[in-house]
Design a protein around this ligand. Structure first.
Ligand code: S3P
Length: 438
């Protein structure tokens, strides 16, 4: 891997109107459901990032004809039906993408053929028992490494039985994995979630003609159904928007509009938390597109103050905490996060890696087992390490807007997993960022 670095000069402001790339979660699901459907699925706004392309390539490897993505993110998926996937003589390489691996483990447990799922160093270290254990209860046969990590070797032809699973953690990936396995199971599959998590799988399955019902915190579907092709409009990713919401909030004089952003209620923790800190974010032109709520977001700079982050917001902002920690560092007073131990098993240990970087920049940031305590203060400059985690790289890039000296970020290659073109787009609205390889 080449070592891509960002060097960001301190200060500046963010102004203008932009649309960030497509939602990663919805892009993955559009390929998965489009492939299993009968008929042709047209996708627009598809994220051309490495993670969603890993899913796309996996389905191509299993014989699905997929055209695109075009420059504008149009993808045409020629569905093969529930039983039309073909075995691949090679393992499916899912790169850095946890969503691909966890959702595919469920979907592929129901196939007639054997398949192996593998990933890069980070993905190969992430916990997979959270999916393989409940899948085994359904009848799936999956071999992992001794410590429950990938590669995952899935045995084909194992009959699946529907069941009711009480999820121990709030995870949309686990929920989606089991619902996708449930499509192939006999009878009903239900998942109870301890707190609401993103519901893109449920919405999209409904859009493809499979009835997914929810009563309270219990989500159910019946096995043995069929999917009908549909149109999918992928909105801009609120998780990518988050860097700009934070950047424009902390850089005085900023006035930035982000267009066509997905504002699904299970994803808007970042807006709720920033507003509670004093941010000035307007939600404009609310509409529904392809079954998902969408809006334009206008953010103007504001004086932020520290808060105790409400625990119920954690699953709704799970990917946005690296950016929110930067907001906390630039805010007046103390910010406390609890109940977020999941952050330790993301693409990196996001609690430790952010605490280390913020400390390097002169901020008092104390990690705890399940969160962090950050004292707002004066952000200096220095070199920080992203540990090849895309969201850490982009968060520290935005930190320069309230820093007193340049910030250099090491290991930025993986920004391409979720946000290709980040440095160019950020520069266009005013971030003084230079990307270079060494
Ligand atoms: C995702 C769910 C979240 C999130 C990930 C994408 C999804 O993971 O962190 O980036 O698309 O379902 P968990 O559900 O494991 O928290």
């Amino acid at each position: 891997m080449s070592n891509l670095k960002f060097k960001v000069q301190p200060g500046g402001q963010l102004n203008g109107t932009i649309r960030v790339p497509g939602d990663k979660s919805i892009s993955h699901r559009s390929i998965m459901l489009g492939s299993l459907a009968e008929g042709t699925t047209e996708v627009s706004g598809f994220l051309q990032g490495e993670d969603s392309l890993a899913t796309l390539n996996a389905f191509r490897q299993m014989g699905v004809q997929i055209e695109g993505p075009s420059d504008e993110g149009r993808v045409t998926v020629h569905g093969v039906g529930m039983d039309g996937l073909q075995p691949s003589d090679q393992a499916l390489d899912l790169g850095n993408s946890g969503t691909s691996m966890r959702l595919l483990s469920g979907l592929l447990s129901g196939q007639a053929f054997d398949v192996t799922l593998e990933g890069d160093e980070s993905l190969s270290g992430r916990p997979m028992r959270r999916v393989t254990d409940p899948l085994a209860e359904m009848g799936a046969i999956i071999e992992t490494e001794a410590d429950g990590t990938a590669p995952l070797k899935i045995r084909g032809g194992a009959p699946l039985k529907g069941f009711h699973y009480e999820m121990p953690m709030a995870s949309a990936q686990v929920k989606s994995c089991l619902l996708l396995a449930g499509l192939y199971a006999e009878g009903e599959t239900c998942v109870t979630e301890p707190a609401p998590t993103r519901d893109h799988t449920e919405r999209m399955l409904n859009g493809f003609g499979v009835a997914v019902t929810r009563s309270g915190d219990k989500i159910c579907l019946q096995g043995g159904g069929k999917l009908q092709a549909a149109e999918v409009d992928v909105p801009a990713d609120i998780s990518s928007t988050a860097f700009f919401l934070v950047g424009a909030s902390i850089a005085s004089g900023s006035d930035l509009t982000l267009e066509h952003v997905g504002i699904n209620p299970t994803r808007i923790g970042v807006i709720n938390i920033l507003r509670a800190m004093g941010a000035n974010i307007e939600v404009l032109n609310e509409r529904v597109s392809g079954g998902e709520p969408v809006a334009d977001l206008r953010v103007q700079s504001a004086a932020l103050h520290g808060i105790e982050i409400p625990v119920d917001q954690v699953p709704l902002a799970i990917d946005e905490f690296p950016a929110l920690f930067v907001a906390a560092a630039c805010a007046e007073g103390e910010t406390t996060l609890r109940g977020a131990e999941e952050l330790r098993v993301k693409e990196s240990d996001r609690i430790q890696v952010m605490a280390d970087g913020l400390t390097t920049l002169g901020i008092d940031a104390k990690p705890t087992a399940d969160g962090i305590v950050i004292q707002g203060g004066t952000m200096g400059g220095g070199t920080v390490y992203s540990h090849h985690d895309h969201r850490i790289s982009m968060s520290f890039a935005m930190a320069a807007l309230c820093a007193t000296a340049p910030i250099e970020i090491e290991g930025c290659d993986n920004v391409n997993t979720s946000f290709p073109g980040f440095s160019d787009l950020a520069a266009r609205v005013g971030l003084n960022i230079e990307a270079y390889s060494s």
